[in-house]
Every structure is written in C-alpha cells, then in structure tokens.
Design a protein around this ligand. Structure first.
Ligand SMILES: O=C(O)c1ccccc1NCC(=O)[C@H](O)[C@H](O)COP(=O)(O)O
Length: 230
C-alpha cells in the first residue's frame, strides 16, 4: 500500500517522514498558488528530492497554480516522480499530458478529483484516459485548490471509481491513523494520503508532520492492506 504524506516543508521533516513509513513525499514547490505557509523554495525541493532518491521514495509535487505553463516549467526544472494537478480552476487535459512527457519524460501525472457528488465518477473516468494516477479528495477552496480540508467525503463514490478505472487511485481527504484502515477495507485503493490528521498545526497556517502519527498512519494502512489482500 502506497502511503503519501503532505505537506512537507523541511529536509529533516522529509527524512523523518520517510523513516516513519512514507513511500510518497508530497509538497508545494513555490508557485503562484496554494497555502503560502506550505510553499517550499526550489533549492530545498532539490535537497528533499535527493533524500527521496537515496531511499527509493517518490517526490510528489502539487500544482495549485492554474497556469499550465507554470506547471510545465516547474516539472522541467524539478523532474519529480509525480506531478499532482489540483488547482481550483485547471485540470490536466490530453495536451497537457503529452507536453509533460516532453518536459519531464520520467514524471508521472496525477490528477486530483474533487469528490463532491456522483458526477465525480464521470470526471474520473475521463481523466483516467490520459493520466497515470487519480487522487480522490475533498474540499475546494479558492486560491488553495482541491484538498487539504481534513474532511472525508462519500466513500461509496470512491469505491465506484476504483472499480471503474484501470489506473492506480490514491484515496485522500480526512484520513488519519483512526480511519485509514476502514477506508482501505471499504474502497480498496492503490494508495492513501494524509495531511491534516498527521500534522501539528501552528498559528498562521504553519504545520509540521507529527511523526508518531505518521508512523501510526503507515502501520495501520499496511496492516489493513495485508488483511484485505491488497
Ligand atoms: O499541501 C498543501 O498545502 C495543499 C494545499 C491545498 C490543497 C492540497 C494540498 N495538499 C495535497 C493533498 O492532496 C492533501 O494531502 C490532501 O488534500 C489530503 O488533505 P487532508 O484532508 O488534510 O488529509
């Protein structure tokens, strides 16, 4: 089971998160969009990427800008394992997927799907024709994009999506050590993601990973996956 942990800011935090069991390290490279307190300067994204590569962990970069040219420039400059598109006003299309392969041939494309109602199934099936991963998520806030809500949504829709697409699906939205096992057993996703419930929150939107909670999340996810034969 892939365990994806957001939103990493510092190199030491990334190392501790990987040592606690994360296979995907998610962060917000500095861009025109997203929670300002989560933006990571590009030189530090490179440092974190080196630590990921030493450990065989994927670096996942979220795109909260709505400008596809800015996304492609970031992909070209940073060459992450996964580019996660989650802006509030732009979703990847076939042309974007084609151009990403030119700019960053080894970078996989992940599209966030806002699971607000049953129409999410149709959108997910469309994206699945040309992206490499789907991430099913809750909440859409202007200027911050899809996600980071700390809220769950209707898992029945997610299960239907997992059953109807042929690409890997990562489940997100309000997951933590307390409910990740239940989500895995019900939805049977390829991976799970957590931000809010595995982080310590400070004033001004600042957060840092709560390493014991990250460890508990990863252990609970692996146990549930094993019990479900995933
Ligand atoms: O990392 C961020 O700052 C961020 C900001 C806005 C949207 C998404 C963001 N992070 C990426 C994710 O996809 C989250 O991990 C996902 O939404 C889960 O969030 P949560 O419900 O808080 O666990």
């Amino acid at each position: 089971m892939v365990k994806q942990l957001y939103s990493i800011i510092h190199v030491d935090e990334a190392i501790q998160t990987m040592e606690a069991g994360a296979n995907n390290i998610g962060l917000v490279p500095t861009q025109n969009g997203g929670v300002p307190a989560h933006r990571v300067p590009l030189y530090r994204v490179d440092q974190i990427h080196k630590e990921c590569q030493k450990r065989g962990v994927n670096l996942v970069l979220i795109m909260l800008t709505n400008d596809p040219e800015e996304m492609l420039d970031l992909a070209k400059r940073l060459q992450p394992e996964i580019l996660h598109v989650a802006g509030d006003g732009y979703a990847a299309d076939e042309e974007f997927a084609r151009r990403l392969k030119e700019y960053a041939p080894k970078t996989a494309l992940m599209q966030a799907v806002l699971v607000d109602d049953h129409s999410a199934v149709k959108r997910a099936k469309k994206y699945a024709e040309y992206v490499d991963y789907l991430l099913l998520d809750s909440g859409l806030a202007p200027d911050t994009g899809i996600g980071a809500s700390g809220l769950t949504h209707d898992w029945k829709i997610d299960r239907e999506i997992v059953e109807s697409v042929d690409i890997p699906v990562i489940e997100a939205g309000g997951l933590g050590p307390d409910n990740v096992a239940e989500a895995i057993k019900f939805i049977k996703p390829y991976g799970v993601d957590s931000l809010t419930k595995t982080s310590i929150k400070y004033e001004g939107g600042h957060m840092e990973k709560d390493i014991p909670k990250v460890k508990a999340f990863c252990e609970a996810a692996d146990k549930a996956a094993q019990e479900s034969g995933l």
